[in-house]
Design a protein around this ligand. Structure first.
Ligand code: SF4
Length: 264
């Protein structure tokens, strides 16, 4: 990791939005909500940004409350990063959450468009909103903005169909936490799949058969495959090897040596 984002498949995170609401079963042990509760106790701007965005629910799990914070100050951060980075957008929220106004999403896309030296990875559990708004963001869709959706089990397979209608050049799936088998994955127009098991004290198990099925689909359809981790209570012990090796494939990064079109 270039700057310690902690996520194996990216260099940095950029969080112009904080806060979310659970969208499906994959959100049950949301790591971002746990982190937001911690950050809400920090002094100054960080505490203000995350304050009230997450709380414990009735079963004692940290959960996002639906309060959304739009961080206008953070909007220009990628412009200040001159060297190319692969940037995960909104690790502490969902850019297409219904409470994030269109105007703010448009501002985020403007920054991404104007920073072609970076690759931006936008991951959402609400691809239907992304698809609805796509024509109102930047047209044509910037090549350096990858669009992805999370698919944790069969019940949310419909998200793939929504993603396929978004005119991004690079579309990807994050199957993490994978909590059930995914049969008949529609892979047309999908360039990359990340698979990972859930980690932490209440981690739900992931069967190796589910992972192998996805890996084999990727091999058969020429889709890049990234295996992030087995997960579990002790993810360091379970590691990230699948059939004796690691799988770190990614789509080709674009640009790389271009300067920002605008400066901060
Ligand atoms: S959509 Fe993502 S950030 Fe939002 S609650 Fe679910 S897992 Fe957490």
């Amino acid at each position: 990791m270039a700057d310690g984002s902690g996520i194996e498949w990216t260099d940095a995170t950029w969080n112009p939005v904080a806060g979310c609401t659970p969208a499906s079963a994959g959100c049950l042990n949301c790591y971002a909500a746990r982190m937001a509760m911690r950050l809400s106790h920090m002094p100054g701007k960080t505490g203000d940004k995350y304050g009230g965005t997450a709380d414990k629910n009735r079963s004692g799990r940290p959960t996002f409350t639906g309060k959304i914070y739009l961080d206008h100050d953070a909007l220009n951060t990628p412009r200040k990063w001159r060297l190319p980075r692969t940037i995960f957008v909104n690790s502490m929220s969902d850019l297409f959450h219904p409470n994030v106004p269109l105007e703010f999403i448009q501002q985020c896309f403007k920054v991404m468009h104007e920073c072609p030296q970076h690759v931006f990875q936008v991951l959402t559990k609400r691809p239907e909103r992304a698809r609805e708004l796509a024509s109102e963001l930047v047209t044509p869709w910037p090549e350096n903005v990858w669009m992805g959706t999370s698919v944790e089990d069969q019940r949310v397979m419909w998200r793939v169909r929504e993603l396929q209608k978004i005119p991004a050049k690079t579309r990807f799936l994050s199957c993490e936490p994978l909590i059930g088998p995914l049969r008949r994955l529609p892979l047309k127009g999908i360039g990359w799949i990340i698979v990972g098991g859930e980690s932490g004290p209440k981690a739900r198990p992931m069967e190796s058969e589910w992972v192998l099925y996805i890996r084999n689909q990727c091999l058969a359809k020429d889709v890049h495959f990234f295996f992030k981790q087995w997960g579990g209570v002790n993810k360091k012990a379970t590691g990230r090897e699948l059939e004796g090796r690691t799988w770190d494939e990614m789509p080709e990064l674009v640009a790389g040596d271009q300067e920002c079109l605008m400066t901060a």
